[in-house]
Design a protein around this ligand. Structure first.
Ligand SMILES: [Zn+2]
Length: 407
């Protein structure tokens, strides 16, 4: 059994065109117009091989093989199709298109278990600042009330965006995990490890956990010319000092990572001293204790800096996820297959979180990485060698075929 590499790459080339920022990377937020176009493309391709699709209230899509029958356990391949702003063309969607290609190859096979492709909605958190929204509803980590808590930049809640789904529709989003035999996610590494070591495959053992906080600093807005330096309570200067303090605290540790990726100053005028600054800060590691330790240290530093600068600060937790060990038995199966096929691989950690994390708490889950050129991701330059993309999809096929007993 072999995937058709050209067909896979054609899908990816087609789908990279669905972006709000042509020429500046892929910007495709869940629930937006480009997202709709990508969904239509994938549903058409799946329809062409006789697969049936269902979309739940959160807009997660489940695509089933034509030979699926009720009552059998299933193997799920899944990832996402949304991106960050000006992101890359492979993050998420590579795993989805590879899953589609696997289904094309297996469409005429006899399967002992059902096979499903799942497209998780709103993985990147681009709309609401909270990642893995679709899979969190699937796992039950998010409840109905979260539909009101999650709001986008325009103040629209997730409930409004989903046009007020009924209780029954929402109940159906959560999966019955006893139906699941295993879940597989194929993804680009988004880091430099595989490329640096000259390997073409990664089998993920642990996924980093993370905590995201939002810090709101309030000073006093005033005239940029008439206010002497010593009379200022500049919210942006205070925020800048807080951010550099976070970097200073975490950097010597060498493993934990901390990022401030979003900052907004108000009123955002060149001639007005910023009155308010809001920024997010996230810390990630493979150990919860270390994440907690650093978030506590950073929070204390932020409070001290704001006190010294006589500005107010409010800190709230936006989201958190635990580090996660993926299924060791499934990892061993994948290692065996990689060795059999003579694919150079390694077992590794994932610094990025993925939808697989939400499923891994409830069912056997495995993750496969392919190398990222220059280790870059979430930027327009994100790329992977075509031969690595095709080999990764081929490996996904081998694993899926082994798990579903395809013949
Ligand atoms: Zn992703």
């Amino acid at each position: 059994m072999k995937v058709n590499g050209e067909r896979l790459l054609t899908d990816l080339f087609q789908l990279r065109q669905f972006t709000d920022t042509p020429g500046e990377g892929v910007t495709r937020f869940s629930y937006g117009q480009q997202d709709q176009k990508a969904r239509a493309y994938l549903l058409k391709e799946a329809g062409a091989i006789g697969c049936a699709a269902e979309t739940d209230a959160l807009k997660n899509i489940r695509i089933g093989m034509p030979q699926n029958t009720s009552g059998r356990q299933k193997v799920v391949i899944g990832s996402h199709i949304d991106t960050v702003r000006n992101g890359g063309w492979l993050d998420g969607i590579y795993g989805v298109t590879a899953g589609l290609e696997v289904m094309r190859v297996l469409k005429d096979c006899r399967l002992e278990y059902d096979l499903e492709l799942v497209i998780f909605a709103e993985e990147e958190g681009s709309n609401f600042g909270s990642t893995m929204t679709g899979s969190k509803f699937i796992s039950g980590d998010y409840k109905e009330e979260d539909l009101d808590h999650l709001k986008n930049d325009e103040g629209l809640s997730l409930r409004q965006i989903l046009e007020n789904p009924s209780e029954e529709e929402l109940r159906q989003v959560k999966w019955d995990f006893s139906e699941l035999k295993a879940m597989l996610e194929l993804h680009i590494e988004q880091g430099p490890v595989l490329e640096r070591e000259g390997l073409s495959l990664g089998i993920v053992e642990t996924i980093f956990g993370m905590r995201v906080i939002e810090v709101e600093v309030t000073g006093v807005g005033n005239h940029a010319g008439a206010t002497p330096m010593e009379d200022r309570k500049d919210a942006l200067c205070a925020a800048a000092e807080c951010i550099l303090a976070a970097e200073r605290i975490v950097k010597p540790n060498g493993h934990t990572v901390v990022t401030v990726g979003r900052i907004k100053a108000e009123p955002d005028c060149s001639n007005v001293i910023p009155e308010k600054t809001v920024f997010t800060l996230e810390a990630r590691d493979g150990q919860t204790e270390k994440i907690d330790y650093f978030i506590n240290q950073i929070t204390a530093a932020i409070k001290r800096i704001c006190r010294e600068r006589q500005v107010e600060c409010q800190i709230r937790e936006v989201s958190s996820s635990e580090p996660l060990k993926l299924d060791p038995e499934l990892s061993k199966t994948m290692e065996r297959l990689a060795a059999q096929k003579k694919i150079p691989y390694r077992v590794m950690d994932s610094g990025a979180v993925h939808d697989a994390c939400m499923i891994a708490k409830h069912a056997k889950t495995g993750m496969i990485f392919v190398p990222s050129i220059g280790g870059r991701s979430h930027v327009p330059e994100e790329d992977t060698r075509p031969e690595d993309l095709v080999q990764g999809a081929q490996f996904l096929l081998e694993v899926a075929a082994a798990l579903t007993g395809a013949e």
